[in-house]
Ligand binder design. Structure first.
Ligand code: COA
Length: 162
């Protein structure tokens, strides 16, 4: 049976750090489902369709990556998909505190779920979706931080907001 993991996030927008986690995850898993959270407690700049569309373009040539969306609890989505492993990236101690809380809550909700963490590669450890939005807002380049598809979408979105 193929080993599958779910890599979930709000991806508003996805960064090269997220992409790197999925690509490295494919060394461990046969298939990765990138699950875009439709309802997030954050106020996303991109709607769900836009976030899914960006992920689909980014992973268009990866036949082992499926891009999907989910609403509600992640553990319910994982169960519905028949997947028991959730893959997340960990950048720093701040992430650790947030992630450990989430992992424990998810484990309480569904003891069958396993949450695995990969250390974010050093060159992406400073990245976040918020930092990217700020860089592009003030005219900086997203080179080495976001996929060109994301940079184009972000520039367009910010232009339309003006
Ligand atoms: N490289 C670069 N940046 C990274 C990263 C990496 N490897 N991993 C995380 N980040 C950054 C993101 O850019 C983002 O930055 P921001 O805070 O500036 O927006 C932040 O870390 C986290 O975003 P993301 O990775 O997209 O995930 P998230 O924390 O927004 O998503 C869900 C969390 C969707 C998985 C979680 O809220 C969830 O499961 N929701 C469904 C409801 C549920 O089941 N809740 C759990 C009950 S405990």
């Amino acid at each position: 049976m193929p080993k599958t993991a779910i890599c979930a996030g709000s991806f508003d927008p996805p960064t090269d750090g997220h992409i790197n986690i999925v690509e490295r995850g494919l060394k461990v898993f046969d298939r990765i489902i990138v699950a875009v959270a439709v309802n997030t407690s954050k106020k996303p700049i991109f709607d769900a369709e836009e976030r899914i569309g960006m992920m689909r373009k980014i992973f268009a040539n990866h036949d082992k990556v499926e891009v999907d969306a989910f609403e509600g609890l992640l553990v319910d989505y994982a169960r519905a998909k028949g997947v028991h492993t959730i893959l997340r990236g960990l950048r720093n101690m701040g992430d650790y505190e947030y992630e450990s809380q989430m992992a424990l809550a998810n484990k309480t909700l569904d003891p069958d779920v396993e949450i695995l963490y990969m250390m974010t590669e050093g060159k992406y450890a400073h990245l976040s979706s918020s930092i990217i939005k700020e860089i592009i807002t003030f005219g900086g380049s997203g080179c080495g931080m976001i996929h060109p598809v994301v940079e184009e979408a972000l520039r367009k979105k910010l232009r339309n907001r003006e």
